[in-house]
Design a protein around this ligand. Sequence first.
Ligand code: FES
Length: 196
Amino acid sequence: MRCRNLEAIGRRQFLKGSALAVAGGAVTAARVDGSLAAERTEAPRGEVPVPTSKEAHGPRAEHGAGRLVYPVKRLANLEDLAVNGPLEISYPDAAVPGVLLKLGTKVERGVGPDGDVVGFVTLCPHKGYPLAFDDEERVLSCPGHYSRFDVEKGGQQIWGHATQNLPQYRLRVDAEGEIFAEGVDELVYGRLSNVL
Ligand code: FES
């Protein structure tokens, strides 16, 4: 008698479990169907949805031919610079500190009549510490973990933990000696896009 009761309880639980499994399957199927339907609506098979430039980079970003378009910003005049005297600036926006340097000798990507004016972001690419100019070694050096970047060679990293060269500004000098920044050649530390 006792065995028959246990048998009956077991049968009831089995039937209850089967019913739940069927219901669960129906829910899953509905969800899968719903997801597929949504996928079909948003991204037809074989197509990957591509965000517009404004979705990807915010309302102030503009793109031309697939490239980020930087703001053009006046940074200083040649007369404001002295050889080995760093001039603090910010670019591409106020949150990114940088420096203009007149090195006194023609260097890679140097601008101005002597080809000796360069500019760099001064956030270390490793963890964002502020860099300092060493006028004897001609490097920007990091107090955090001692990375060093050669300002005569386009910000090439020559020592330390960073895994990229220092972002260098694209500069232009006009006939009046005004120095303009028009871009940055590497990603600024902490950014997914240099232009927000
Ligand atoms: S923050 Fe500059 S080397 Fe680490």
